[in-house]
Design a protein around this ligand. Structure first.
Ligand code: PEP
Ligand code: CO
Length: 459
């Protein structure tokens, strides 16, 4: 890797990294974190990259989801379990419809820091620095809370470690057993139309499992029926922390950011000469790049080349987030720009970040119809361009929140105040997330290239 060092990003301009008032304390905290165990193992990261290479080839689908920002206040095993359940349910819906394996990637166990559109927040006649995520400062509107505090990194590390621990237990310990799909339903969606559709799917799976059992194939003998691979991801925004979690893999001598399996560069920090691109070009993890309306196709292609000079499949995921009205304007040009250079990428769609509006009741929200419309437009464009719409990136939660309007339960602007808990952007609740998965499965069924790939994958 040419001229790359663990700290070479520090010589580049960086955006959205806070100034800590006490630099000495920050260094002490980071030096301590350097001695902490890695959260993930390099071999796992390589395994995920292989799975993403299958997505590039159209032989798998990527589902990435979780909170916009994890918080210390919402840290609870039930919340982790419920988010995990919804991701499993969505995956099952997608796997069943497309006959493709789904790569399950949580925005979880480390998704704390946030780039904010304004550096300060005004309430009444008071102006304070913005809230930047629980691993940097606190959300309360006081001067003390809004000061970046390095010690918060310890708490974030510890929360990430125990979140990952329970996720590993759920994934490998029997909770994800296909014989237990009926246990994944969350109480509050039992009456919704999604629950009815999911029940139909459960019944079909039960039939298939009964047939397989009769043939002697049961989860006792087949690990794949009993366990899942569940990977973690977050935005690699707070580079001092990412640097302190980056270690040399003793089996290969390569650098891995061990804070998560997959990290991404946000739409606001993907400058070609910036510190975030510089940091990410030196680590072996698969990297996501958010692409919004300001992204220029040739610049995105250059970023891919800088981060992935060997054009390795599975290394880069481009996450488009243009807003439902902008997809036709920007996505075809981006696809053509990437194709022209012959670059291997996973194409994923984030239908959340380009569709945020302010409700009439003053809440930041996302109309479910706009989210759906972005997904549909993205599928249509990929179909027309002959590329593979291989992934979905959503902000969602297993909790019964009212943060995005619409969906089968028709959440209105007036309903938003009832259960609006997010620490940053509005999330789909599990009902809306599942509804989206069913809608995507309809899109997949419509798209002939999926059935072709499914047949190839099976053969
Ligand atoms: C995010 O994913 O939370 C985010 C800030 O997205 P973007 O960089 O696309 O705005
Ligand atoms: Co967000």
């Amino acid at each position: 890797m040419k001229n790359w060092k663990l700290n070479s990003w520090r010589k580049h301009p960086v955006k959205h990294i806070p100034e800590y008032p006490d630099k000495k304390e920050l260094d002490q905290v980071l030096n301590k974190i350097k001695t902490f165990p890695p959260l993930v193992f390099a071999g796992e990261t390589r395994h995920l990259k292989q799975q993403l290479a299958d997505v590039v080839d159209g032989k798998a689908f990527l589902l990435q989801g979780g909170d916009c920002a994890e918080s210390f206040a919402e840290f609870h095993p039930d919340n982790i379990r419920d988010t995990f359940k919804v991701i499993l349910q969505m995956s099952l819906v997608l796997t069943y419809s497309a006959s493709l394996p789904v790569v399950k990637l949580g925005r979880i166990a480390g998704q704390f820091s946030k780039p904010r559109s304004a550096p300060t927040e005004i309430q009444g006649d008071k102006e304070l620095p913005s809230y930047l995520g629980d691993n940097i400062n606190a959300i309360d509107f006081t001067e003390k809370s809004r000061k970046p505090d390095p010690k918060r990194l310890f708490k974030a590390y510890s929360q990430s470690a125990s979140t990952l621990n329970i996720l590993r237990a759920f994934s490998k310990g029997g909770f994800a057993d296909l014989n237990k799909v009926h246990l994944w339903n969350l109480d509050y969606i039992k009456k919704s139309p999604q629950a009815k559709k999911f029940k139909e799917l459960e019944d079909k799976i039960a039939d298939a499992l009964a047939f397989m059992e009769a043939c002697g194939i049961t989860s006792d003998f087949n690990n794949r029926l009993y366990t899942v691979n569940f990977w973690t991801s977050h935005e690699a925004l707070l580079l001092p922390f990412e640097e302190s979690m980056t270690r040399v893999d003793s089996t290969t001598g390569e650098y891995h950011d061990t804070s998560a399996h997959f990290v991404w560069i946000g739409d606001r920090t993907r400058q070609l000469d910036g510190g975030h691109v510089e940091f990410c070009r030196g680590i072996e993890n698969p990297i996501g790049i958010k692409c919004g309306p300001t992204s220029k196709p040739d610049e995105i292609a250059k970023i891919c080349e800088v981060i992935n000079p060997k054009n390795e499949k599975g290394k880069i995921t481009l996450i488009s987030r243009f807003g439902h009205k902008n997809v036709e304007k920007f996505l075809p040009k981006l696809i053509r720009g990437i194709k022209k250079e012959g670059l291997n990428v996973v194409w994923s769609c984030d239908p959340m970040h380009g569709n945020t509006i302010k409700s009439t009741t003053g809440f930041k929200t996302r109309p479910f119809n706009d989210v759906v419309s972005e997904v549909k437009n993205v599928f249509a464009v990929h179909q027309a361009e002959g590329s593979y719409a291989g992934g979905l990136h959503v902000e969602m939660t297993g909790q019964d929140v009212t943060e995005c309007t619409g969906g089968a339960r028709k959440i209105s602007d007036a309903d938003l105040s009832s259960r609006y808990h997010t620490h940053c952007d509005p999330r789909l609740n599990s009902d809306q997330a599942l509804e989206l998965a069913f809608l995507i499965s309809d899109e997949i069924k419509k798209n002939s290239s999926y059935s072709k790939n499914a047949i190839q994958a099976a053969s």
